[in-house]
Design a protein around this ligand. Structure first.
Ligand code: CP3
Length: 353
C-alpha cells in the first residue's frame, strides 16, 4: 500500500517518539465549513451525503485541504449501524437524529439482527476504500463506530434524549432486554469495524458519547464490558501494520483506570479532565487524546493559543498525546480559528518532544 508520509498520529497512539504533537479535530468535516454546507446542499441531505461514497470522500478531504491535520476521519455517522438493522434513521430538521421504529417491546428486541456490513453498510466500506485512495498515504484514515450503549440510547429512546428515561427504565426493569440489544450491537460493531479495517481504516475509534450518563456500576456492566468485547474481537494488524484503537467515553473521567484495562491503545478525554493528571493515572499504559474545550475556539486568537499551550504543558514532555478537542467542534466555529489552533499545536508542541 506504500508508506505513510505523516505517521505522527499512529506513532503517538503507540507512545513512540514524534517531532511534534499530532492533531485532528472531532467532527472536522462538518457544518462550520462553508464547503461542507455546499456539498451537503448538492447531496440534498446529510444522509444522502453520508450514503454516497463520492460525496463522503469529498467532505472527508475538505478539512485536510484547509489545515495541516495529522489524520483524516471517515465521514459517516455512528447511527448507520442501527439504520442497517432496519430501524429507519432520519433527521428531522433542527431536531437531530430519529428512528422510525425505535425498540419499544420485547418482540422488537428479540427480532434484532446483526447486519452484514458487506451488504447493509457497503456504502461505508466503499467510502473507506475511496478515501484511502484519495489520501494517497499523506495521513492515516480513522474508522469509527458508536459504542453498544450509545447506539442503544438512540435505538431505545428513538432519538436524542436529555434524561434517558426509556433506556434506564429498561435497564432497571428488564435488564435482560437491554443486554440482548447490547450483545447484538457489540457483534454488529465488531463486524463493522473489522470490515472498515479490511477496507483500509488505519486506526479505529469507539465513540461512547453517553456512557458518562451512567452510574459507576452501570457503566461497567452496560458500556465498558461491551466495548471490551469488541476490542477483543478486532483485527489487530493489517498489511503488517498494527491498527490502534481509541476509546472515548464522554464524561468518563472518573473511570480512566478501568478504561485503560480493556485493550485500547488510547483513551479520548473530554475537557473536564486535567490531561496531566490523567497521564499520571494511566499514561504508562495508554496514549491520551484530547482535550481542549471546543468553546475555546469562540475565544480571541491569543486565548486559543494560550489554552492550547496549557493543554500541551499539562500533558508535558514526551510522546503519547494526540491533540484534539474534548468533543465535536461546534457548527458556530469560525474556520479561521481552527487554522490558528492547528498551527499553535504544531509550533508549541515541538518543545515537548
Ligand atoms: O468527526 C468527523 O468529522 C466524522 C464524522 C462524524 C459525524 N458524526 C458526522 C455528522 C462522526 C464521528 C459522528 C459521530 C456521532 N454521530 C456521534 C458520536 C460523537 C459525538 O459527537 O459524541 C453521535 C452521538 C452521532 C449522532 C448524531 N449524528 C447526532 C447527534 C447528529 C446531529 C448533530 C447536530 O448537531 O444536529 C448527527 C448528524 C451529523 N453527523 C452531522 C455530522 C457532520 C451534522 C449533520 C448535518 O450536516 O446536518
Amino acid at each position: 500500500m506504500g508508506r505513510l508520509e505523516n505517521d505522527t498520529f499512529l506513532k503517538a497512539l503507540f507512545r513512540q517518539p514524534t517531532p511534534y504533537t499530532p492533531v485532528w479535530i472531532m467532527r472536522q468535516a462538518g457544518r462550520y465549513l462553508p464547503e461542507y454546507n455546499a456539498t451537503r446542499a448538492r447531496a440534498g441531505s446529510f444522509l444522502a451525503l453520508a450514503k454516497n461514497p463520492d460525496f463522503a470522500t469529498e467532505v472527508t478531504l475538505q478539512p485536510l485541504a484547509r489545515y495541516p491535520l495529522d489524520a483524516a476521519i471517515l465521514f459517516s455517522d455512528i447511527l448507520t449501524v442501527p439504520d442497517a438493522m432496519g430501524m429507519g434513521l432520519y433527521f428531522a430538521e433542527g431536531e437531530g437524529p430519529k428512528f422510525e421504529r425505535p425498540l419499544r417491546n420485547e418482540w422488537e428486541v428479540r427480532n434484532l439482527f446483526v447486519p452484514d456490513p458487506a451488504e447493509h453498510l457497503r456504502y461505508v466500506l466503499d467510502a473507506v476504500a475511496q478515501i484511502r485512495k484519495a489520501l494517497d498515504n499523506r495521513v492515516p484514515l480513522i474508522g469509527f463506530s458508536g459504542s453498544p450503549y450509545t447506539l442503544a440510547c438512540y435505538m431505545v429512546e428513538g432519538g436524542a434524549s436529555d434524561d434517558f428515561r426509556l433506556i434506564k427504565t429498561m435497564m432497571y426493569s428488564r435488564p435482560e432486554l437491554l443486554h440482548r440489544i447490547l450483545d447484538v450491537n457489540a457483534q454488529a460493531v465488531t463486524a463493522y469495524l473489522n470490515a472498515q479495517i479490511e477496507s483500509g481504516a488505519q486506526a479505529v475509534m469507539i465513540f461512547d458519547t453517553w456512557g458518562g450518563s451512567l452510574s459507576a456500576a452501570a457503566y461497567r456492566e452496560y458500556s465498558l464490558s461491551y466495548m471490551e468485547k469488541i476490542l477483543s474481537g478486532l483485527t489487530r494488524a493489517r498489511d503488517g501494520e498494527t491498527v490502534p484503537r481509541i476509546v472515548f467515553t464522554k464524561g468518563g473521567g472518573a473511570w480512566l483506570e478501568d478504561i485503560a484495562m480493556i485493550g485500547t491503545d488510547a483513551i479520548g478525554l473530554d475537557w473536564t479532565v486535567n490531561i496531566g493528571r490523567a497521564r499520571e493515572r494511566i499514561g504508562d499504559r495508554v496514549a491520551l487524546q484530547g482535550n481542549l474545550d471546543p468553546a475555546v475556539l469562540f475565544g480571541a486568537p491569543e486565548r486559543i493559543r494560550s489554552e492550547a499551550s496549557d493543554v500541551l504543558a499539562a500533558f508535558g514532555r514526551g510522546s503519547g498525546h494526540v491533540f484534539n478537542l474534548g468533543h465535536g467542534i461546534s457548527q458556530h466555529t469560525d474556520p479561521s480559528r481552527v487554522a490558528m489552533l492547528v498551527e499553535a499545536v504544531h509550533e508549541l508542541s515541538r518543545a515537548y518532544h
